[in-house]
Design a protein around this ligand. Structure first.
Ligand code: CO
Length: 148
């Protein structure tokens, strides 16, 4: 395993829409392992491939004692809402409230390409939403929630 450099939001790469993962091979497995290690080293709870300079639709999330490898993730269903603070390993010294669904059901593939489906709620659901936004070039502060 190896640590990867994290791309900061000053880099326009982070604004691009990532392409689907099509190869479920040793290179993908290494990328996932590296991303998990990089996330741990940076003390984060999620990391998306564009954040390490790879414009492919995958992310790792570790929150609420759950570790997920989300490959080609999509929302099946969302419900409720939660408002809470977010930050990002690609964004220095900034945090703001973001409104997210409270509960999500997502479909994705695991590292072997097997279709998966999971229902999550609370913080880990928020973390997945944040990482999935990265795959479309969206950053948390684009969605800053202001009480009015
Ligand atoms: Co982020």
């Amino acid at each position: 395993m190896a640590l990867r450099d994290i791309v900061m939001d000053t880099n326009p790469q982070l604004r691009k829409v990532s392409r689907p993962v099509t190869a479920f091979d040793a290179k993908l497995a290494k990328l996932l392992d590296d991303m998990r290690q990089t996330m741990h080293a940076a003390d984060g709870c999620g990391l998306a491939a564009p954040q390490v300079g790879i414009l492919r639709r995958l992310a790792v999330v570790e929150a609420d004692d759950v570790y997920l490898e989300l490959i080609n993730p999509t929302f099946v269903e969302t419900s409720g809402e939660q408002i809470g603070p977010e930050a990002c390993l690609s964004v220095k010294d900034r945090s703001c409230d973001v409104k997210r669904p409270y509960r999500i059901t997502i479909a994705y593939q695991n590292r072997d390409g097997k279709p998966m489906r999971k229902t999550l709620e609370g913080f880990v659901a928020r973390a997945c939403c944040h990482e999935m936004d990265h795959l479309d070039g969206v950053l948390f502060y684009d969605k800053e929630y202001r009480q009015r």
